[in-house]
Design a protein around this ligand. Structure first.
Ligand SMILES: [Zn+2]
Length: 171
């Protein structure tokens, strides 16, 4: 388990998300919020204005529409070039994809960890929730099992985030 919810809670939460037909970004916010994390939205000073920013975890999440951001996965059922006006669409979508990559690289340079959630991945809410929560707090599983294993509490600072640097905001 990578979050605080019981399986029943989680499936109820999932069916709420499904039945409301949420937009991808709202669905991701809901997953993160219900797991008890605090986040900020669209921080302007960060490259690409990430959809969710979790400063305490040094993590940012983009939620990308598969068509507009041209999901590079060949198995994606949504991404693809329109049949007409190829001269218009091909360079337009390619520019967006390039810009996304530049933003991601800039964020990583600033010390952030970056996850991109694609619209089509939200069709498997259970799977993508696990991916998202494991991304936000990769050390949590280890921390919990260490605590349960011994009677002593783990000293603070023993379990570190994988990135060594403290994320900075862009200037
Ligand atoms: Zn996709």
């Amino acid at each position: 388990m990578t979050d605080n919810l019981s399986p029943e809670d989680r499936s109820r939460c999932m069916s709420n998300i499904r039945s409301q037909g949420m937009k991808p970004e709202r669905a991701v916010r809901s997953i993160v919020h219900r797991a008890g994390y605090r986040f900020r939205l669209h921080q302007r000073e960060l490259p690409g204005k990430p959809d969710l920013v979790l400063p305490r975890h040094g993590a940012v999440i983009f939620v990308n529409g598969c068509f507009w951001h041209w999901h590079p996965n060949p198995a994606c059922p949504i991404a693809g070039l329109p049949k007409s006006n190829l001269d218009y669409w091909q360079p337009k979508l390619a520019r967006t994809r390039d810009r996304d990559r530049e933003h991601e690289a800039a964020l990583i340079d600033l010390g952030w960890r970056v996850l991109t959630v694609w619209e089509c991945e939200l069709r498997d809410l259970e799977g993508i929730s696990q991916t998202i929560l494991a991304f936000i707090e990769p050390a949590r599983e280890t921390e919990r099992s260490v605590r349960l294993g011994g009677d002593q509490e783990v000293p603070r600072g023993t379990l570190k985030r994988p990135t060594g640097r403290v994320p900075q905001t862009a200037t």
